[in-house]
Structures are given as C-alpha cells and as structure tokens.
Write a protein that binds this ligand. Structure first.
Ligand code: BGC
Length: 407
C-alpha cells in the first residue's frame, strides 16, 4: 500500500517547557489524517516540533485491522527515514482517539470504533500490542511505545504547558469528548494501587452519552436520519448531535426538508442529487453573514440559480444548528465546572470545529457563563494538543518508573 503524504511542518508551540530533554515521537490517530510528530526538547528545554500528515484511505479505515496498523507502521518508517532517525530507539506516545479500557499507561483495549473508522476485528483487542507487532515487521524501526492516551488527555496535557490552570481538555472536531481532573475519592471503580494520588484524569467519552435512550426526548427527526445514515447506527448519540463529522449532515437534512416543503431553492431548475454539506461549509457560511459567499458555496454543490433569500435561509439554518450544538456542549462543560469546583479553570480545546467555526467559541463563552455563573473559566486553543500532548506524555513517562504505571 503506497502512502500519500503531506509536507512536513514545524509545529512548535511558543511557550511550552518540559523537564526532560531529548527526542520523542507521537502518533495521532482519530480522523482521516494520521499524524506523526517529532518533539525535540533542547538543552534550554524549549519544545520544537515537526509534524507530517498522512491520509488514511477509506479501505483501511473500514477494513482488516492488521492492514491499518501496517499502514501506520509504514508511515512511521517513512517519517523516520525523512528525518534520518531510522534505527534510533525513540520513546513514542500514541494518541488513539477512540474509547478504550486503559489498563496501563501503555495498554488500551478498544471498546468501539467511532467517527470514520470501523475495523471490527480490533474491537476488544489491546491496540499498543497490535501497533508493536506492526512495527516489529519493519527491521529499521526501533521505536519504544511507552504510552497510549486519548486526544482529550493530550489536549489537557498540552493545555497545562500553555496555562497551568488547565483542568479540562476538550476536543471539538470530527468527534467531541472531554477529560477532566477528578478527585480520587470519588472513583469507586478504580481497583489498582493509587496511594498518594489525589486527582486523576478521567476521559469521559461523553460522545456516547444518550446511547441508553436518555437523550431520546430531545432528538429531532433530523437527528434520527443522521444516525441512520452514520457508520455505526445507534451509537455515539451525543456526538452525532453537533460534532464536526455530523454538523454539516444535520444542516443538509434540514435543507432537504425545506426543499421538499418548497421553502427553499424554488428557482433552482435542476436540483443536484448527490451533494454534501460539511462542517467547513457551515463555518464558511457563518463568516460575516456574506450572502454572496453562501450563494457561491451552494453553486459549488450544483444549486445554480439560488436567490439571496435562499442564502439567508441557509445562514439561519447553520446558525440554529450551531447555537444548539454550542449550547449542548456548554451544558456539559458547565456541569464539569460545578462538579470540580476549582477557583479558576482553563479549558484547553483542540479540534477543527472549534478552530474554524467563527462563532462557536463566542457562543460557548456566553452559555457557560450563564450556566455556571460563579465559576471563573477561560477557553484556550491548544493547537495540535492531542498529538503534541502524547509526545509530552512520552517524555514524562520515560522519566518515571514505568513498573508503577499499571493499574
Ligand atoms: C471518541 C473519543 C475522542 C473524540 C474526539 C470520539 O468519537 O470516542 O475518544 O476523544 O471522538 O476525537
């Protein structure tokens, strides 16, 4: 399988400092772009970072798990070769953005795939082992996989380097999820040793909130259609209400109903059949209420004779869907703020929806302030936090006694 590669980019954050110098690798698997990252901590302990993106083809995202991990190993080998690192024993942190049962810092059993992945024979298996098996097939690769983390944890980690008050890591991208600091005394299920630890990071996996039917009361007809059209039906109810993978589809389904009711596009003579509306289209449609720009977006989808009224309706639909999404996620964040009850909390956020949507951040700030009125908070962008956070975790883990890191 050939690999399609993007160019390598420098991705150094401006103010990150860590305590262990050296070179560390990180992998970031979660969306259609797989990232390999090299973090270098120089003698002044500044963080330098190089990243390269690789597109994971659909056949691998939906096929035999071993082939997917072989592909990851192939990308890693190519990255090492390009950076003259073949044969070097570098510690690696694996950011694996899917629900897992984490049994150790370097062990995670996949619970279910989400978003655009569905390789059934990986579910229930320990993914670091599968990755290590794939790496072992490549004789010039001597990587030591020392940690596996979720992207929300990586974002919280990166957030902590940018702002010491970070206590929540949020991903608002293709999927949505958060992690936060929880007091150990509140965790009754933790069976392993944890003397001396007062707080731990909990990966909430709130994307699956509502899978037991508890959110059915608020699901619209459109939400049900979006679920039926998704890769794994009846799962990840909460995530499907607003995250980047689905927000465009929600808008599209509403527009289809409006077309059906003859409210929209009366003057469009030939309506295209196979069109998509993406999260990026939603974001672009809301940039500065530019109706001409919205008409251009619609034209690019094959709706040629749209009117400014049509564009106004599309703008309105994008706004309503975005307000609903930002409100839903704010309800959960404000509950976390109230639960943690810390003086001042920074919420470190990564993900394309947060980065590209012109209004999400503003809506969230407003809603959270209303819903958790006595809790000081700020939302900061921890760009590429997931992957870089995994590299930072690798740096920390290599400086610790690894035998103590298992549950
Ligand atoms: C996954 C989470 C992940 C989130 C954001 C969800 O689909 O289950 O593990 O954190 O997407 O990438």
């Amino acid at each position: 399988m050939g690999i399609s590669r993007g160019k390598q980019e420098n991705c150094s954050p401006s103010s990150a400092k860590v305590e262990k110098k050296g070179k560390f690798l990180a992998l970031d698997l979660g969306g259609t772009n797989f990232r390999v990252i090299l973090l270098e901590l120089d003698s002044s302990l500044e963080l330098n970072c190089q990243v390269k993106y690789y597109t994971v083809p659909e056949s691998l995202r939906l096929g035999e798990g071993e082939l997917l991990f072989d592909f990851l190993a192939e990308c890693i080998e190519s990255f090492l070769k390009d950076n003259n690192l073949l044969g070097q024993k570098l510690p690696l942190g694996f950011c694996f953005s899917f629900p897992m049962d984490q049994t150790g810092i370097d062990e995670g059993i996949l619970v279910t795939w989400t978003k655009s992945f569905n390789c059934p024979n990986v579910v229930g298996h320990e993914v670091v082992k599968i990755l290590k098996n794939a790496l072992e097939k490549r004789k010039d690769v001597a990587i030591d996989v020392v940690a596996i983390i979720n992207d929300t944890t990586g974002t919280m980690m990166m957030g902590s380097y940018l702002d010491k008050r970070s206590a929540i890591g949020l991903i608002l991208g293709t999927g949505c999820n958060a992690s936060y600091f929880e007091k150990v005394e509140r965790i009754h299920k933790w069976e392993g040793k944890h003397e001396g630890i007062t707080e731990v990071i909990i990966d909430i996996e709130w994307g699956a909130f509502g899978d037991n039917g508890i959110l059915d009361f608020m699901k619209t007809e459109v939400d049900k259609i979006v679920d039926e059209n998704s890769l794994i039906v009846n799962s990840f109810t909460f995530e499907k209400l607003f995250s980047g993978k689905y927000i465009g589809e929600i808008v599209k389904q509403i527009l289809l109903q409006l077309i059906d009711k003859n409210v929209l596009f009366h003057e469009v003579k030939l309506k295209p059949q196979n069109w998509t509306f993406t999260a990026a289209d939603v974001s672009h449609s809301l940039e500065g209420k530019d109706l001409e720009k919205i008409s251009d977006i619609l034209k690019s989808k094959g709706f040629l004779e749209t009117t400014l009224d049509d564009a106004e309706i599309v703008y309105y639909v994008c706004s309503v869907v975005s307000v609903r999404g930002s409100l839903i996620v704010s309800i959960c964040l404000s509950s976390l703020l109230r639960r943690m009850d810390k003086k001042d909390v920074t919420i470190a956020v990564d993900g394309s929806l947060f980065k590209l949507h012109p209004k999400y951040k503003h809506y969230m700030e407003k809603f959270i302030a209303e819903l958790a009125p006595n809790h000081k908070f700020q939302l900061i962008l921890a760009e590429d936090g997931s992957g870089k956070g995994a590299g930072l975790v690798a740096a920390v883990v290599t400086s610790l006694d690894r035998s103590k890191l298992h549950a």
